[in-house]
Design a protein around this ligand. Structure first.
Ligand code: AMP
Ligand code: MG
Length: 267
């Protein structure tokens, strides 16, 4: 799965990444689902360890074009984890109060505390994506943000955060199908916004903005992964694998009780 890692400093050209890639699981959806279930159980245990140890913080950033699958990942990959230790923070267009502050103000407030795992559904990266594509601030303002974001994430990492960033890569045809499905299905229609069609027209500009994000902000301590996301089962498998592997590498341990329990007898 490390093949999806963006090496720090590497220049990313998204047209070289196949959104329909299914790696070693060519045609093997069943095998992939079985593997996914195993990873899901491991994730449950690792999250419990994180919570019990109460030392580290885990931040997972999800970014994608509309219909890219952020909600699906949250539902599927984190299925079964203990909600007491996991939180989702969704970032919409900033409120008036948020706009009074710097763009990282609302982000920092949602960063994970000790033992916590936080999933960012959209993030500070919107401030160099939608903000750039729609000229919401001038280029001299957003261009400085890549360095600012790198500094911010390094600070979080130096203060105990493990950061993983996933860009869910779908293509324009797949988005068309998914938008159509939203339109046709009364249980999905609430997610459809006419504005999504305007964003779709700006697809190429978004790809350029994403390429800059991926090229400028993948770091050892806060890596980006480009996840092939046309196939939902493969997308989930990739994210789950990377997450489990990263958490296993932390070598977490259940803490001892804070009290001396030697010789304790329960009558
Ligand atoms: P959704 O994720 O579909 O609920 O949509 C949330 C919307 O908020 C998207 O259109 C985002 O692009 C937008 N959004 C998120 N962060 C920002 C931001 N910093 N500035 C402007 N729009 C944003
Ligand atoms: Mg939306």
């Amino acid at each position: 799965m490390k093949r999806y890692l963006v090496k720090p400093g590497a220049k990313v050209n998204l047209s070289e990444f196949d959104p329909a890639d299914t790696g070693e699981f060519k045609g093997g959806k069943e095998a992939a689902l079985a593997e996914f279930e195993k990873l899901n159980k491991k994730l449950e245990t690792l999250q419990e360890l994180l919570f019990a140890e109460r030392k580290r913080k885990v931040l997972i950033v999800l970014q994608a074009m509309d219909t890219g699958g952020k909600d699906g990942v949250i539902r599927r990959v984190f299925d079964g984890v203990n909600p007491a230790g996991v939180r989702v923070a969704s970032f919409k267009a900033p409120t008036a109060e948020e706009l009074e502050h710097d763009y990282l103000w609302r982000i920092h407030k949602q960063a994970p505390g000790k033992g916590e795992m936080v999933i960012f559904n959209r993030s500070h990266y919107e401030d160099v994506l939608i903000v750039r594509v729609h000229n919401l601030v001038p280029p001299e303002v957003w261009k400085k943000r890549f360095d600012q974001i790198n500094d911010f994430e390094r600070m979080l990492a130096e203060n105990g955060a493990t950061i993983l960033k996933f860009y869910l890569h779908i293509d324009k045809d797949e988005q068309k199908e998914r938008l159509q499905a939203r339109l046709d299905d009364p249980t999905k229609r609430w997610k459809f916004r006419l504005g999504d069609l305007d964003e779709r027209k700006l697809w190429d500009e978004y790809m350029k903005a994403y390429e800059d994000v991926l090229s400028k902000t993948s770091a050892e301590h806060a890596p980006w992964y480009i996840v092939p996301a046309n196939r939902k089962w493969y997308r989930d498998l990739v994210i789950s694998s990377i997450l489990v592997e990263t958490l296993e590498d932390l070598k977490m341990k259940y803490p001892e009780s804070e009290e001396n329990l030697n010789g304790v007898v329960i009558e």
